[in-house]
Design a binder for this molecule. Structure first.
Ligand code: 5BU
Length: 261
């Protein structure tokens, strides 16, 4: 039986979403389960990070609305770098409205997110209509959606029944929803991708209730597949050297999990 402890390549065969399949294959071939959260406010800084750290990562996570000098050229350049270094673009937009509104927010406005982001995320709070709205736009562009099941911040309101209901909702859209933002794997089903923010080499917290766990704990104890790292890398004196450390740590933990079976 194929489980979460099998390789990414083996799990790729079980994905109903073509994008999820590609992502697992990319991770397997590039040997990285590291996503960089590039939380910077300047376009040039974002492009520099994407180019320099691109070879180390499977995914670049953006908050496009914190860029103070945004122009559409930025997202075109990001797409070029995503192709050059083979990583996916994940806009951490956290949609949270009714289907009709998120459709507009996804495809239009200033950012035209659906034109450049391979993956976006959404809260399950409004009900299945939010997924239907995003799928209307994203399916035909071969995009993927991640549902927020469990946040990393202290005191969040996503309790066990909310998390389970999020999983049930995702199951109705398994060709479009690729997995979850979560601190723990939600299901034994091998095709869901579990992405975990709140990762640092040392556990702890920040002054605004972010909570950190280590790559080893996230992957080996909690069933995470992709570690999302922001300040642990970008606030380091040498972000490239630090990214390599996180990459190695994430990949070794994954190999150990596969070995243990
Ligand atoms: P950090 O610098 O590694 O703490 O950044 C974490 C990033 O992940 C940041 O962009 C957050 O917006 C994002 N994040 C998170 O920290 N926790 C969550 O539950 C979700 C997103 Br969803």
């Amino acid at each position: 039986m194929i489980t979460l402890r099998n390789s990414y390549a083996q799990r790729a065969h079980y994905c109903l979403s073509p994008l999820a399949k590609n992502l697992f294959q990319l991770m397997d071939e590039k040997k990285t389960n590291l996503a960089l959260s590039a939380d910077v406010t300047s376009a040039m800084k974002l492009l520099e990070l994407a180019d320099q750290l691109g070879p180390e990562i499977c995914m670049l996570k953006t908050h496009i609305d914190i860029i103070s000098d945004f122009t559409p050229d930025l997202t075109q350049q990001l797409r070029k770098l995503a192709l050059k270094h083979r990583f996916m673009l994940f806009e951490d937009r956290k949609f949270a409205d009714i289907g009709n509104t998120v459709k507009h927010q996804y495809k239009g406005g200033m950012y035209h997110i659906a034109d450049w982001a391979d993956v976006v995320n959404a809260h399950s709070l409004p009900g299945p209509g939010i997924i239907k709205g995003l799928a209307d736009v994203g399916r035909r562009k071969n995009r993927g959606l991640i549902l927020l099941a469990e946040m990393s911040s202290a005191g969040h309101l996503m309790h066990a029944d909310y998390i389970q209901s999020t999983l049930k909702m995702a199951e109705q859209f398994a060709d479009f929803v690729i997995g979850f933002i979560t601190q723990h794997a939600l299901s034994k089903d091998p095709h869901w991708i579990n992405l975990t923010p709140g990762i640092k080499l040392d556990e702890g917290s920040d002054s605004l209730d972010q909570q950190y766990t280590t790559p080893q704990k996230a992957i080996l104890e909690h069933g995470s597949d992709i570690i999302i790292v922001g300040r642990g890398i970008i606030a380091a004196v040498d972000p490239l050297a630090e990214a390599k450390k996180y990459r190695e740590c994430g990949w070794e933990s994954y190999l150990l999990r596969c070995q243990r079976g």
